[in-house]
Write a protein that binds this ligand. Structure first.
Ligand code: GLY
Length: 384
């Protein structure tokens, strides 16, 4: 990584109070940094909308082995992160450890399941095949169209909203200050210019503004794009079959859908994926597909209450890996932690640990090297 160490610990300004910004804020404040977190609406955006899967294995894809390594390293850190956060916040971090099942509904979808199983087996990941009978013994809510699946006990989930409120509480208790203004831009120096014309100076600035990161610093221009996703929140109603205890991921007529349980009979359905700019309006077609596909997998949801529809913007990067590191000598004191795309919740512990290491000038954990922004900056810096 580009050495660009700030005086440690000094003042850190973080732009973005989503899961990444607030995880870094809590860890940095706990380590003695004076932290300001700039966000007009803390705990909103994609972090508020998220399904909350911690799906290192079941979101893995051939060709994205570096991402799988990052995701797996972060997943291993999740239980300790959640336990420490729960204690620091005095409120639950929302971790659920029931695990995940992956299923296919139509006959044509089973080939995809076989591909996933084959890929993961080649990587030596624990994936157990389940017959329809075994699957329904685990999760009686799964319907008759589903003829079998895979059990991935290590892929967990988190209640994103419980997590965000615990992170804010723990951050504030550790001394982090929330500045509820919009950041206009981040300047080298480093500093954050706010929308009221004032400037927040710091020893280091961390850009962690998710899909909005690209407009904050010229070096990030064109590197982060919004990837829209709709989610639905359902609630079990008395008399209906209870929701699954595990996360259920399915392929239905080629379309992916996931159902992530929450305490108290809640169920989050997601998620569509479109390149639609900064559009956060849920669309009829997305909601229709999610409901129709999820009902094929868990028919009882037809009797649940539909309590929320929402859309969020994942921060996509050109290679689906996050950008995590100093921006380099041309942007002294400016660090970035964005581009987490579909894995923001999952990657929060690893990201916060890496940011703290970078701030202190310590080496980052090995898989984080793949996320060094230098891999993408070279070309853009040359173009400028
Ligand atoms: N990780 C789930 C999603 O992005 O929809």
């Amino acid at each position: 990584m580009t050495g660009n160490q700030a005086p440690s610990p000094g003042r850190l300004a973080i732009v973005g109070a989503g899961v990444i910004g607030m995880s870094c804020a809590w860890r940095a404040a706990r380590a003695g940094w004076g932290v300001d977190v700039v966000d007009p609406a803390p705990a909103s955006g994609a972090s508020w909308v998220a399904g909350g899967m911690l799906a290192a294995v079941t979101e893995a894809w051939p060709g994205e082995e570096a991402l799988l390594e990052l995701d797996s390293a972060s997943l291993r850190g999740w239980p300790e992160f959640a336990a420490e956060l729960t204690e620091a916040a005095g409120a639950p971090a929302g971790l659920r450890t029931e695990g995940t099942v992956v299923v296919a509904a139509a006959a044509g979808d089973r080939a995809e399941l076989d591909d996933v199983a084959g890929f993961l087996a080649r990587l030596g990941r624990q994936v157990d095949r389940l017959t329809a009978r075994e699957l329904r013994a685990l999760e009686p809510a799964i319907g008759p169209d589903v003829r079998g699946g895979l059990s991935v006990p290590g892929d967990l989930a988190v209640d994103n909203r419980a997590l965000l409120s615990a992170l804010r509480a723990a951050g504030e208790k550790a001394g982090a200050r929330f500045v509820t203004r919009r950041a206009a831009r981040v300047t080298d120096g480093p500093a954050v210019e706010l929308d009221d014309g004032s400037t927040l100076a710091a020893d280091a600035v961390l850009v962690a503004a998710g899909a909005h990161s690209a407009s904050l610093h010229p070096a990030l221009d064109g590197l982060i794009r919004p990837v829209k996703g709709e989610i639905l929140r359902l609630r079990h109603r008395r008399g209906a079959l209870p929701p699954p205890g595990r996360t259920v991921r399915a392929v239905v007529d080629g379309r992916p859908v996931y159902l992530v349980p929450r305490d108290g009979g809640g169920l989050v359905l997601g998620a569509t994926q479109y390149e639609a700019g900064f559009d956060t309006e849920p669309m009829v077609a997305g909601v229709r597909d999610l409901l129709r596909d999820a009902e094929r997998v868990v028919p009882a949801i037809a009797e649940y209450a539909l309590v929320e529809t929402a859309a969020g913007l994942r921060p996509g990067s050109p290679d689906n890996l996050p950008l995590l590191g100093w921006l380099g000598p041309k942007a002294p004191g400016v660090m970035v932690a964005t581009g987490h795309h579909r894995n923001g919740m999952l990657l929060a512990p690893l990201t916060a640990g890496a940011v703290l290491a970078l701030l202190s000038g310590d080496p980052v954990p090995q898989p984080v090297a793949a996320a060094d922004p230098a891999r993408l900056l070279t070309e853009t810096t040359v173009r400028r």
